[in-house]
Design a protein around this ligand. Sequence first.
Ligand SMILES: CC(C)(COP(=O)(O)OP(=O)(O)OC[C@H]1O[C@@H](n2cnc3c(N)ncnc32)[C@H](O)[C@@H]1OP(=O)(O)O)[C@@H](O)C(=O)NCCC(=O)NCCS
Length: 191
Amino acid sequence: MRDPGSDMGIAAFARRFQMTLHIISAEPSDAAVIALLGRITFAETFGHLFYSHRDDLRAYLDKTFDAGKIWCSLGKPENTYWLAYRNKLPVGYAKLKYPSAPPGKPGRDAAQLQKIYLLREFLGESIGHALLTQLLEAACRLAPLIWLDVLWQNERAIGFYTTFGFTAIGDDAYTIGAQRFRFRQMARSLP
Ligand SMILES: CC(C)(COP(=O)(O)OP(=O)(O)OC[C@H]1O[C@@H](n2cnc3c(N)ncnc32)[C@H](O)[C@@H]1OP(=O)(O)O)[C@@H](O)C(=O)NCCC(=O)NCCS
């Protein structure tokens, strides 16, 4: 496995929490790590919503975080993934897609923050800040706008995105198994 990269200017965060923190650009060889992080972090964040629908959750995790599927996704030119290593352990990941027009605005030159997830144990240590900062730096070089979907009930993430200048632009809904979930769309312009 590759060494988790060089210092990306995030030493201040690391000092604050007495840890080493490295953000690396992920490659197809990281597929298994991302697939496992994806499964665990989704279940930690949203598992309670599937209390009476455990099979739906398992089917969603199996399909979405299949290692082969993630491997293919990592190889697509429109996708960029990052991994966060805390004290050399992978604790979170993020995914940017470009181009990706916001729903209802075909042709709009925009990037999409598709995923940003940390293991529950490491929330609140500014690792999300470091991952999103890295992702926004890359997005600035690609597009004038970035957007995302966030579950309505996910107040922590909505607060986090608001801190970074995202504002609500609309609503959407997606079905997982037997349940329909409401999402808030948020966006911000990029310098
Ligand atoms: C979203 C997520 C990546 C944010 O990471 P985090 O570790 O919670 O947040 P950080 O500690 O990095 O905080 C970053 C900044 O956002 C702010 N912030 C975090 N949560 C906030 C909240 N609920 N309200 C307002 N601001 C918030 C912090 O004050 C911090 O500011 P600072 O860096 O200037 O001190 C993380 O909470 C997570 O993985 N959650 C579970 C998965 C998830 O919900 N993903 C999003 C799906 S859409």
